[in-house]
Design a binder for this molecule. Sequence first.
Ligand code: QZP
Length: 403
Amino acid sequence: MTVDSPPTSDAPVLDDDPFGTEVLTDPYDFHRRLRDAGPVVFLPRYGIYAMGRFEEVKASLQDWETFVSSRGAGLADFAKEKPWRPPSLLLEADPPDHTVVRTAMNGVLSPRTMRTLRERFAAPAREIAERLVEQGTFDAVTDLAEVYPLRVFPDAVGLPEEGRENLLPYGGLAFNAFGPDNELRRNALATAAPVQSWIWEQCQREHLAPGGFGAQIWEAADRGEITHEQAPMLVRSLLTAGLDTTVYGIANTVYALSRFPDQWAQIHAQPAKAKFAYDEALRWESPVQTFFRTTSRDVDVAETTIPEGTKVLLFLGSANRDPRHWGEDAEQLDISRRTAGHVAFGMGIHQCVGQPVARLETELVLSALAERARTIEPAGEPTPKLNNTLKGWASVPVRVVPA
Ligand code: QZP
């Protein structure tokens, strides 16, 4: 069907700022209003469209030809503004360019690689869990979620010891940079230069230990799968997307389970259920709440024509709680739920390539904790951590009772 573009005001309009303190702290009321307003909503504050329902979010993620990534996965349109750093070859690219580098990355982060890492990742998980359960009261963010990934991931990449304190700040910076020019983004960029130059330096071959993900990316270049110019950029992708995401994922999972004691009881009884708990927790409180696509043509979505060259904000965290898809109990954490199809890792050709690493880490650390702790409960108020993209906590005090 071909129709004239209706004026943008024909789409439902919401005046909220999805990157304001209120929504970033507690997005769920806004998500409800966004979904109820319609399948596509106009946000005049930024002149963008937004989708919060599962069906349209999923369909847009799958339609990479219409909802392109090469103009940026943040608010900035790379066709009109200079990106804050050279665009990612993976995230901020479309086929056919994307396909080549993605195929090489799939090879590096393969299930086979994960099997070789399992034992190396398991020992620190057990160690940390044992110590924390002995301790009784701990912070699920600063004592666990920020500790475990930093113990295993930088070694798996093959990074030198020195300067690792730059990793979390760089992730925080990159995820804030997807947002609008607000205080979070400006503050992050103001102190970025030394962190950025350290990161770029570590992407060079001479800094990456043999056998690690980094060295394997360079070997893919030696084999001609990618060019030697592309290799450091793909290492940069690992360093951008590989750490904060898992920190938030682990913290949000423990946070979720500490609020649903009957669900913890299930993984304590059967620690092998930790992997189901992870998917359900990612659905319930998605670390990556939003990102953008840009329309490559005028496109009709449920009665609304979105013009070519428009930024579209996809609410993964909202799609993952949409009662139209998940049912009326969408806001309950239920680890026996069929979570397949949640969009916390995205969907389609860009779906998280590091997913096997994230799953390995979380499964190991959560099952180690679940074995040793009979119960887990809040031990104080959690403190939100605000970020333009990531939903999570600066602190989540919990108390555990040993098995
Ligand atoms: C960030 C990169 C949720 C995504 C936006 C996470 C992400 C993925 C890739 C990169 C950065 O390639 O730099």
